[in-house]
Design a protein around this ligand. Sequence first.
Ligand SMILES: Nc1ncnc2c1ncn2[C@@H]1O[C@H](COP(=O)(O)OP(=O)(O)O)[C@@H](O)[C@H]1O
Ligand SMILES: [Mg+2]
Length: 376
Amino acid sequence: MKPPGKTRQSSRLKIGVLYGGRSGEHDVSLCSAASVAAALDPKKYDIVAVGIDRDGRWYVQDRPVIVADKAFGRVLALQKKGTWLVNHFEEGSRLFVYDIASGKKVALDVIFPVLHGTYGEDGTLQGLLELACVPYVGVDVAGAAVGMDKDLAKRLLAQAGIPVVPWITASRFAWGSRPAAVLRRAQKELCPPWFVKPLRTGSSVGIRKVKTKKDLACAIDYALQFDTGIMIETGIDCREIECAVLGNDEPQASVLGEILPAHEFYSYEAKYLDPEGAKMRIPAKLPARLAAAIRACAVAGFRALNGNSMARVDFFLDRKTGGFYLNEINTLPGFTSISMYPKLWEATGLPYRKLLDRLIQLALLRHREKMAVQTA
Ligand SMILES: Nc1ncnc2c1ncn2[C@@H]1O[C@H](COP(=O)(O)OP(=O)(O)O)[C@@H](O)[C@H]1O
Ligand SMILES: [Mg+2]
């Protein structure tokens, strides 16, 4: 297969910024996308905003329009105009979208999915982009799917010798058929307070911290509203430390940041609804040796989960023991210009606009490598 055509090297790249989407983090995505669309260098790129509504329909916008929003400040507007079809196969290395109402056709050179959570961050969209043979920003299929599944991720991390918080899982079926056994296991193998989480959500959706057996049962019922399986963990009295990782074959770790939630934990309310819900401290105040160990662990975790492109790797630092655990990897972390991931890179010497350039470069590099692989 030929590399991206000569004509496109001389003209500006058309970047399709995908945003919105079918997950519970739709609104967060509109906010992240506003920052990305505003910061992509217009001298280098033509920006095409492609909004995805809550039902999964795609809408190419006439031009990116940023509007004020009560909860999120600035968001990218999502206008539902036209009947757009996505064509995966017309020509390798570009993604085509057509409006069957007007006959308009748009070809995108690189996709920048600014989509958090299900159907954006979980490998499904990445699968579609792989089928289309189009370069895209962010981790690819396996890394996205594993990063999204808290149980799969922890099993791989544990196998790589990375410390993770003790956990058990239960399916909806197991909870429906043998609830007493699930409760007994949690009490026997884990220490209260317990955290109960859906297996594959983000933004703390569906998560509760509980201390009694009765509340544990309620929290399991609650979490199962958001997924077909849940995870129960020992609650750690911890500081929350985050690291930004960037790169394909040679991933680099940023300086560390700390989240200081004003609520009992870093809940959805603390993250998005309460303007005073949490503070960010960059760099995190930590002894140099501990910071170095956490950064190395972030890169090791990124590799263990098939990471490439980018991820924010989150840690719990146990206040009692001084040890740390890798909590989770977010492969499409919050991306507003004041979000932790870009802020960590800024503090490491890579400003927001340059970070976007680097992510696009990494997407093109990975794509070129994949295209060089013999498939027949
Ligand atoms: N085992 C735990 N011990 C202490 N706090 C936890 C634990 N698990 C989750 N939390 C709290 O809940 C928040 C969200 O949990 P997390 O696993 O990161 O889910 P999400 O993918 O929704 O961000 C964390 O940032 C932390 O504040
Ligand atoms: Mg988290």
